[in-house]
Design a binder for this molecule. Structure first.
Ligand code: ZN
Ligand code: ZN
Length: 377
């Protein structure tokens, strides 16, 4: 039997690496832990490496290099480039190039991790078929950065040296051969697998599950759960709406340790020019999405109105009237905000809060009208 599987297009090095590390972590680590027990030192080393390499991807590869959401001094660049290499997610240059393609062509053929090709493809399937050299036409700015280019040349060696060999050596100094094996398995291989899959989940889960408060025309979604595992990268609907903002969790209560780290680096004088989208623009996006949702509901109400022509029920007629009143009020607020954004005028916090509350109330009122739909009547 012949198979149509495109073996000639497989990247064997990446594929074997992904599979071997995954099964080593899945089988080797539990056996090690059962045989030698849980050593708090090894857990601490694993935690340190997970945070250092995970943050290097979110803060360095993603927000600094791919999106230029802020400027950073050389020590921040060097640190995130070295520990980013330890995540084995390619060089920062390659990563940023793929990621910029993803934002530009999201949900389309040119998107390297296009979710419309399926969950597994977006998660990691695309890496099995990622062939080199990449075009790298969209990272001209990064090519001018000597540190980025140095890491691009040496990222595999750096990853092996600092991400595998170093934790093994630290483990050895702590507890001889058993410690070396523990360092290799936990802070080395298992940590690589965990950090990689957390990144992969942004491309798969955050394009599948969650809310879309800013723009429902893209598959990107906000997920608090994913934010927990990815240092705040889970607010992906916001991020796709405003990719150059250094914040992904833009609300005060949202979990975004990457944002807090960048803010702290700024206070330490190691980062500057943090890019923030003005509140007015953010609310305008939310209200635009409210308008989209409202239009769908209003169409339903209009259909119900046609079916209930001449219906004397006072509750129904009152609700329709109220909905129209709210629609007019919402339209007034929207155009006032739109003008303010177009003219770059700041709106008072009080007004922003009021418009936001009224937009939420508007949608709620329209949703409540479902009870009058013909099927329920
Ligand atoms: Zn995305
Ligand atoms: Zn991004």
């Amino acid at each position: 039997m012949t198979t149509r599987f495109p073996f000639d297009r497989v990247n064997w090095t990446s594929s074997i690496f992904l599979i071997v590390t995954f099964f080593t972590a899945l089988i080797g680590t539990p056996i090690y832990l059962i045989k030698f027990g849980v050593d708090p030192f090894q857990i601490a080393l694993f935690a340190f490496y997970s945070i250092a390499t995970g943050l290097s991807i979110t803060l360095g590869y993603h927000r600094l290099f791919a999106h230029r959401a802020f400027k950073a001094k050389a020590p921040v660049k060097l640190g995130t480039l070295i520990f980013g290499a330890c995540a084995f997610e390619d060089s920062a240059l390659d990563w940023a190039s793929d990621h910029r393609m993803h934002h530009k062509h999201v949900d389309q053929e040119e998107d390297p991790y296009d979710i419309s090709k399926g969950f597994f493809w977006a998660h990691m399937g695309w890496i099995f078929f990622k062939l080199y050299p990449r075009p790298l036409a969209n990272v001209g700015d990064l090519k001018k950065d000597e540190l980025v280019m140095w890491q691009h040349r040496w990222h595999r060696a750096l990853g092996f040296l600092f991400g595998i060999l170093m934790p093994t050596m630290i483990g050895m100094m702590w507890n001889g051969g058993v410690g070396a094996l523990g360092g290799f398995l936990l802070a080395g291989v298992t940590r690589v697998v965990v950090v990689q899959h957390c990144t992969f989940f942004i491309n798969s889960l955050c394009h599948t599950m969650g809310r879309r408060p800013y723009d429902s025309r893209t598959s990107a979604r906000d997920s608090f759960l994913m934010a927990i595992f990815t240092f705040g990268e889970g607010y992906h609907n916001y991020h796709h709406s405003f990719q150059h903002d250094y914040r992904n969790g833009v609300k005060k209560w949202q979990w975004d340790p990457t944002k807090w780290s960048i803010w702290t680096l700024e206070k330490l004088g190691l980062a500057s020019e943090l890019r923030r989208v003005p509140e007015e623009k953010i609310l305008l996006a939310e209200m635009r999405e409210t308008r989209r949702q409202a239009e769908l509901r209003l169409a339903k109400i209009e259909a119900a109105k046609a079916e209930r022509a001449g219906d004397p029920c006072p509750r129904w007629r009152g609700a329709v009237e109220a909905a129209h009143e709210m629609t007019e009020k919402f339209a007034r607020n929207y155009s006032e905000l739109e003008d303010a954004v177009a003219e770059g005028v700041r709106v008072s916090k009080k007004n922003l809060a009021r418009w936001k509350a009224e937009a939420a109330e508007y949608l709620e009122q329209l949703s409540a009208m479902d009870q009058f739909a013909p099927a329920a009547a």
